[in-house]
Design a protein around this ligand. Structure first.
Ligand code: NAD
Length: 417
């Protein structure tokens, strides 16, 4: 990993720019630039054949000045401590920008979960929790699912924690299955939150979204729900979708139910009857009103940003736009809804899950939607107003809002001034 691609160094550079504009002290800058706490540990697991394997694991608590830290656990063969640090930093800014009373953290295990049996995965999950139990907790640090971790894994981890502590504490972890203290509405929360921000962006730009041509890159959890909700809720005409195997385009619109059925049947969106096959690169440059990157990082770069025609770029993916591309999109008048604002719906409903667990009282779906809408709408306008008043692009504005709030909490506590 080079310094240009090291995610933690990228996260630090993004912070540096915001700190400069906010005029924070050198001590505050130094404090916000690194995690407050890190735990590196091993998880030994007995495999089905009787042998033992030792897995390397991490939990990074980046900052908890605004409340208990919050962040997912990833099971991934290429996990590194720097990836976990970067993601923990971004969680800190994400919980702050949507103004929920939480900090930021992240965890990870270096493993290939696809090569583990059901029993091995359960023993690894419970083993991780045994090692981390005294480091986390409902009022300290609350994990959640992330790459290759599931609601079932959250259920095992919650159960292990309750066995260790000897009482019911479901709020130790979120993203649990709904029948086991999970929140309604978590499944599509990320896309739904993004849809609310697209609605608000159209309002401030004076754009009519009815029948607005839309392209969605990436057709997993975030992309599929963005297609469904974007069409049903905002009336968008989704003309292009893609996955890792390529994309499809039909200027008259793509039917959600049929596209999903095709993807389920064939394992890809390409070759969909009645649509033209296109590449992922072509999808980004289509004449659309809305572009939704919902795949991976680094998709809109200095090379292609000049050819993006969308009026709104709604980043459901984490890190789809490089810093150089940000400047180009800004100069060309594309309105970017930055990732840690646009995709904050997931963590917001996770926070709602913590609240419901603490009260042992559960909300209806309508209550979840109404509260999510209120949080996302308020956050959107805080960022929009910051961008207008400082004359900066929206990503930098989101950093200014988020970092300012964390710095205020740190200073008011008297940790650093
Ligand atoms: P997912 O694994 O369900 O789907 C990812 C999709 O991207 C798949 O359809 C895959 O085929 C596609 N893809 C992979 N490489 C591609 C490429 N080169 N070009 C086009 N498509 C490609 O993942 P997800 O949960 O939908 O997450 C997508 C993005 O949203 C990620 O950046 C993730 O970090 C971010 N995100 C997701 C959530 C959530 O709650 N699901 C929350 C916050 C952020």
């Amino acid at each position: 990993m080079t310094s240009a691609t090291n995610p933690f160094e990228i996260a630090q550079r993004q912070l540096d720019e915001a700190v400069g504009l906010l005029g924070l002290s050198p001590a505050m800058h130094a404090f916000l630039r690194v995690p407050m706490r890190e735990l590196r540990f091993t998880v030994p697991v007995q495999m089905d054949d009787g042998s033992f394997e030792v897995f390397q694991a991490f939990r990074v608590q980046y900052n908890d000045a605004r409340g208990p830290a919050k962040g997912g656990i990833r099971f991934h063969p290429q996990e590194t401590v720097d990836t976990v640090r970067a993601l923990a930093a971004w969680m800190t800014w994400k919980t702050s920008v949507v103004d929920i009373p939480l900090g930021g953290s992240k965890g990870g295990v270096i493993c290939d979960p696809h090569s583990l049996s059901h029993g091995e995965l359960e023993r690894l999950s419970r083993g991780y929790m045994r090692k981390v139990a005294y480091f986390i907790g409902p009022d300290k640090d609350v994990p959640a699912p992330d790459v290759y971790t599931t609601p079932q894994i959250m259920a095992w981890m919650m159960d292990e924690y309750e066995v260790i502590m000897g009482r019911h504490l479901p709020g130790v972890i979120t993203g649990k299955p709904a029948p086991l203290f999970g929140s309604l509405g978590r499944g599509d929360a990320t896309a739904r939150g993004g849809i609310y921000t697209i609605r608000e962006a159209a309002r401030v730009l004076g754009l009519d979204l009815q029948d607005a041509p839309t392209a969605i890159q990436g057709y997993g959890n975030a992309g599929q729900f963005a297609h469904k909700l974007g069409h049903e809720w905002l009336g968008l005409r989704v003309v292009a979708i893609s996955d890792s195997k390529g994309g499809i385009y039909n200027p008259n619109g793509l039917d959600y139910e049929k596209a999903i059925a095709w993807k389920q049947k064939t394992g890809k969106v390409a070759d969909f009857p009645g649509a033209k096959n296109i590449t992922n690169a072509e999808l980004l440059e289509l004449p659309v009103t809305i572009l939704v990157p919902a795949a991976l990082e680094g998709m809109i770069t200095a090379e292609n940003a000049g050819r993006v025609q969308a009026k709104i770029v709604a980043e459901l993916a984490n890190g789809p736009t490089t810093p150089e591309a940000d400047q180009i999109l800004f100069q060309n008048g594309s309105y970017v809804i930055p990732d840690f604002l646009c995709n904050a719906g997931g963590v917001t409903v996770s926070y709602f899950e913590q609240v419901q667990n603490a009260y042992n009282f559960y909300w209806t779906l309508d209550e979840v939607y109404e509260r999510l809408d209120a949080k996302m709408t308020t956050a959107f306008h805080a960022v929009h107003e910051m961008a207008q008043s400082r004359k900066v692009h929206n990503r930098l504005a989101a950093y200014l809002v988020a970092v300012q709030r964390v710095a205020e909490a740190v200073a008011t506590r008297g940790w650093v001034r």
